[in-house]
Design a protein around this ligand. Structure first.
Ligand code: ADP
Ligand code: MG
Length: 604
């Protein structure tokens, strides 16, 4: 019988292999030690590295410290004080929880730990090399923990070979320190590399102070405050103005529930928010803190990776995107600062109803003109040739089918009442013959568009001067388009003057659209104008495109409507020529007649 070839590996081999999962370079040692110090409640942390962290990483904190028993246990694999069973991972509130870091670090370095709870209790010194304990002794130490990690990978030549130059490793270490310095403004941090002080950061009350201590910003208003909350989700932080752009993506600091993180949706939202604001190949500077319910994020993807997964990625993308858009919109008042100790977690809310109608009282009744019943099938937009292609090849664009014309807008609705709102957006109306669901944004856009176009076609757009003219910077391509469209812009009530290079000054907007974020508008115009040339009736078409862009921008700028405004909206919408779609062709109203309901309930 031959000797068995399958063998269970010894602890030391296992630890060495596992260590590679947790620690792959000096920066990951710094990360793990920093996280432990923060988890221990330290408010003062000192970090020192030498040889890019290859020869030494030292982290000292004034946190809880450890008793002798804990000190001996903490270097064992899977030894942690932070969770007890698998369920705890769901609601994890600490940065660490795997209980692997110290064991891993100690397995691949010459490791020294000095720790103690302070006061009368003795402290402990533990010296190890390659995972073996060389010395354990009582010592006197102040409250806190100090860990020395020397000669990383001295016993794993294969790993050591993969380390980069001192400069490269040092840069990685610095990035880690920077991230945690941003994550914890209330913790005083000192960071020394190669015997030179890199950061000496006092504890600060706000993130903004910490950012200013870490970065030299060109202007005091180079950062816009970001804040937005929805059901159970919150994002806050700062967004750099577009002119603060970078050639590299490295200056995007993203945090999820207090820990540095990355996720494709976050990157996407940032890119998308700045898409029209930055030339291609340039990247914005952002500091974003996302707070989500712990059970809605999986931080357990990989021990060394910052990547997290979200359960409701789309909601998070929309939240971040909208928050950034708001922050970057011109003339928007900044939200109040978020204190460094953070806010209470965002209130968990059921997903609906959110109430953009600010003051919805019990249903009330009001009278307004009857809307023509929408024809069955086929978007009404098709009939006007707006946006969508014609529905049927034999229906020429711009001619309404006879049945719609016949039923069009004579009889008034005897009454109508706003019942409320569902899905955080849609307004529910009851009418004498059924239910109507209205998308108030789409409806608002239609109303604005019709008015603006009516004024434009009559050659009488009323302009309103801005109190403070705005300077808008565009990309070269956008600037060219805007320049080519200046006459149309001015006919539409925009006071835009060319300020040379890529800058424009806007000093007036159509009086109908006072809330307009003009920067968005110019960019949107530039993007749509490029395709305008080929069409016949270019003038009219340009006007339409511009009006569409303007109305979209204006509606986006105001997302809360009051009940009064909703009621007015219903009346105004009924008065438009094309009440059923917004100028981009999306429906404004969906009608559900009682006849249809009766049929569906088998009561016919
Ligand atoms: P984890 O952080 O995942 O629990 P670690 O291996 O990093 O695992 O640490 C193991 C344990 O050692 C921690 O759970 C904690 O109880 C203790 N510990 C580590 N570092 C410190 C420190 N700086 N101060 C106090 N306790 C610490
Ligand atoms: Mg840890």
């Amino acid at each position: 019988m031959s000797a068995p070839r399958v063998r269970v590996l010894g602890d030391h081999v296992v630890n060495k292999i596992a260590a590679g999962e947790v620690v792959d370079r000096p920066a990951s040692v710094v990360k793990e030690l920093l996280e432990n110090a923060l988890d221990a409640g330290a408010d003062r942390i000192e970090i020192e590295v030498a040889g890019g962290g290859r020869t030494l990483v030292r982290v000292r904190d004034n946190g809880s410290g450890m008793s002798r028993d804990d000190a001996l246990l903490c270097v064992e694999r899977h030894a942690t004080s932070k969770i007890r069973d698998a369920d705890d991972i769901e609601g994890i509130a600490t940065l660490g929880f795997r209980g692997e870091a110290l064991a891993a670090i100690a397995a691949v370095s010459r490791f020294e730990l000095r720790t103690g709870p302070g006061g009368e209790a003795p402290g402990t010194l533990l010296r190890m090399a390659g995972g073996r304990i060389l010395e354990a002794a009582d010592i006197g130490v102040p409250r806190g923990t100090e860990i020395w990690v020397r000669n990383l990978f001295f016993n794993v030549p294969a790993r050591r070979k993969f380390l980069r130059t001192e400069t490269t490793e040092s840069a990685h270490v610095r990035q880690v320190v920077l991230l945690y310095a941003l994550a914890c403004p209330r913790v005083a941090l000192r960071f020394e590399a190669e015997r030179r002080e890199v950061y000496r950061l006092p504890a600060t009350e706000t993130l903004e102070e910490r950012i200013r201590a870490l970065f030299t910003l060109p202007a005091p208003d180079a950062l816009r405050r970001v804040f937005r909350e929805t059901a159970g989700l919150r994002v806050h932080g700062f967004a750099g103005v577009p002119s603060l752009n970078r050639a590299e993506r490295g200056d995007q600091y993203l945090f999820v529930n207090g820990r540095p993180a990355s996720a494709p949706v976050l990157g996407y939202a940032v890119r998308e928010a700045y898409r029209t604001l930055l030339p291609t190949g340039r990247h914005p500077m952002v500091f974003l803190f996302l707070e989500v319910p712990p059970n809605a994020v999986d931080v357990n993807v990989h021990p060394t990776k910052r990547e997290v997964r979200f359960r409701h990625a789309a909601a998070i993308r929309d939240l971040v995107l909208e928050a950034l858009r708001q922050a970057l919109a011109v003339g928007r008042p900044a939200p109040p600062p978020v204190p460094a100790e953070g806010l209470p977690p965002p209130a968990p809310q059921p997903p609906a109803p959110l109430l953009p109608i600010a003051d919805l009282p019990p249903p009330r009744t009001f009278v307004f003109p009857r809307l023509p019943t929408p024809p069955e099938g086929g978007s009404p937009a098709n009939r006007r040739g707006l946006g969508a292609p014609a529905a049927a090849p034999d229906t020429p664009a711009g001619v309404a089918p006879p049945e719609a014309a016949a039923s069009g807008g004579q009889e008034p609705w005897a009454w109508c009442r706003v019942l409320g709102q569902v899905g955080g957006l849609f307004v529910v109306l009851e009418t004498e013959d059924g239910l109507v669901l209205m998308d108030p944004h789409a409806a608002h856009e239609r109303v604005l568009f019709d008015r603006l176009m009516a004024e434009a076609l009559a050659g009488r757009v009323r302009a309103q001067g801005l109190l403070t003219p705005e300077t808008i910077e565009l990309s070269p391509a956008e600037a060219e388009q805007v320049r080519a469209n200046l006459p149309v812009l001015s006919a539409m009530g925009f006071g835009v003057s060319d300020f040379g290079a890529q800058a424009f000054i806007v000093d007036a907007v159509p009086a109908l659209l006072p809330d307009l974020p003009v920067g968005d508008l110019l960019r949107e115009t530039a993007q749509t104008a490029a395709s305008a040339g080929a069409r016949g009736g270019r003038e009219r078409w340009s006007q339409e495109r511009l009006a569409m862009a303007a109305c979209k921008a204006a509606v986006k700028a105001r997302d809360r409507l009051t009940l009064d405004e909703i009621e007015r909206l219903v009346r105004d919408l009924a008065a438009t020529e094309m009440p059923y779609t917004c100028p981009h062709g999306r429906p404004t109203l969906i009608h559900l007649g009682f006849d249809e309901l009766r049929r569906k309930f088998g009561r016919a």
